[in-house]
Design a protein around this ligand. Structure first.
Ligand code: SAM
Ligand code: SF4
Length: 321
């Protein structure tokens, strides 16, 4: 379905939990008051919403959270979404801690690709950023996922004076394996407001200096707003998601659903419309109407460059990153 500005909206991000096994500095360093399990949509309810979304032209779903793999049965949910007529792709965003353990069942479920968040290759710094000593598990998951043939992308959020010096080491994960390394600019959402962002223009400039011959890569790598570059001698590409220094709203193709069943037209604003009671009562026509309304309500653009205009006050873990 198209929104009011002619953009085709065919992608939906679904948070399946607000729980997580890490405490990233910019996401929820001190934890949150988790919502009770009866407020969270069951898998059956999520599938029912996905069926209505698919009927409106949503073709690709991303499973996220919180940490999606802390919720049991995630592979079964993916298998069921994949079976909905019209669905082309189901992918996942994870911190990677539990990925290796779940890889076999995720592959069997038909998972199409995985994004793994990794901000540092340094053990001490990993603890500083995420609160835990679990870097080895993430690295083992990256290797296992790449070796399995699953398409893997690394998502790195750089912070000035913390891990920005690691851009090249992180990028080198794309050197010999078919892994894309993407730098995501810190957004002023939740605790991200207090962090020191790094501009992707600055990182691209450093990459161009270090690797002469870097070229824009126009091939399609995924469903999102990332812009890709090929680096001579690298198998994978460098990607940039630049909400602050490269506003991509004219290409926006997505809506989101929180774990409690609130649909959001845009990450930046507080507007959200709950479908929980409708899906629980089996009023699927109303669910479809709300999805359609949320698509039509999508704003022309976000305002992450103007912190004061951001009206979303929840943390990323509560919305679904
Ligand atoms: N737990 C999973 C993970 O870490 O990949 C999925 C949820 S997490 C909220 C999704 C992504 O959002 C992660 O890559 C994380 O780095 C990113 N993220 C969280 N807060 C952010 C912020 N304020 N600005 C930019 N990215 C953020
Ligand atoms: Fe958890 Fe992902 Fe948030 Fe880190 S970014 S605290 S891994 S939800």
């Amino acid at each position: 379905m198209k929104d009011m500005r002619g953009r085709t909206i065919d992608y939906m991000r679904i948070s399946i939990t607000d729980r997580c096994n890490l405490r990233c500095k910019y996401c929820m360093p001190d934890g949150i008051q988790n919502v009770s399990m009866d407020e969270i949509l069951t898998y059956e309810e999520i599938v029912a919403v996905c069926m209505e979304a698919a009927a409106l032209g949503i073709r690709k779903f991303k499973i996220t959270g919180g940490e999606p793999l802390v919720r049991k049965g995630c592979s079964e949910l993916i298998r069921q979404i994949k079976q909905i007529p019209g669905v082309e792709q189901v992918t996942m965003t994870t911190n990677g801690i539990l990925l290796k353990k779940n890889l076999e069942s995720l592959l069997a479920s038909g998972l199409d690709a995985v994004n793994i968040s990794l901000d540092t290759l340094d053990t001490k710094r990993f603890r500083e950023i995420t609160g835990f000593d679990r870097l080895d598990e993430v690295l083992a998951s990256i290797d296992a996922a790449a070796e399995s043939g699953l398409k893997v992308k690394i998502n790195s959020v750089l912070q000035s004076g913390l891990n920005d010096g690691e851009w090249n080491q992180l990028l080198k994960l794309a050197k010999s394996k078919n892994i894309d390394v993407r730098f995501i600019e810190m957004m002023p959402i939740g605790d991200g407001k207090q962090c020191r962002p790094v501009s992707n223009q600055e990182i691209l400039g450093k990459i161009e200096q270090e690797y002469p011959g870097v070229e824009k890569d126009e091939s399609i790598h995924g469903n999102g707003p990332a812009v890709y570059y090929r680096i001579p001698g690298f198998v994978g590409s460098a990607g940039f998601i630049s909400p602050i220094h490269g506003v991509f709203c004219d290409r926006c193709n997505r809506i989101r659903m929180t774990a409690t069943g609130e649909l959001k037209p845009c990450l930046c604003y507080q507007d959200a419309f709950s479908v929980r009671e409708m899906v629980r009562a089996g009023r699927t026509d109303e669910v479809r109407n709300i999805i359609s309304k949320v698509i039509l309500m999508k704003p022309e653009r976000h305002c992450f460059e103007q912190k004061k205009d951001v009206t979303e006050s929840r943390k990323m873990v509560q919305i679904g990153g």
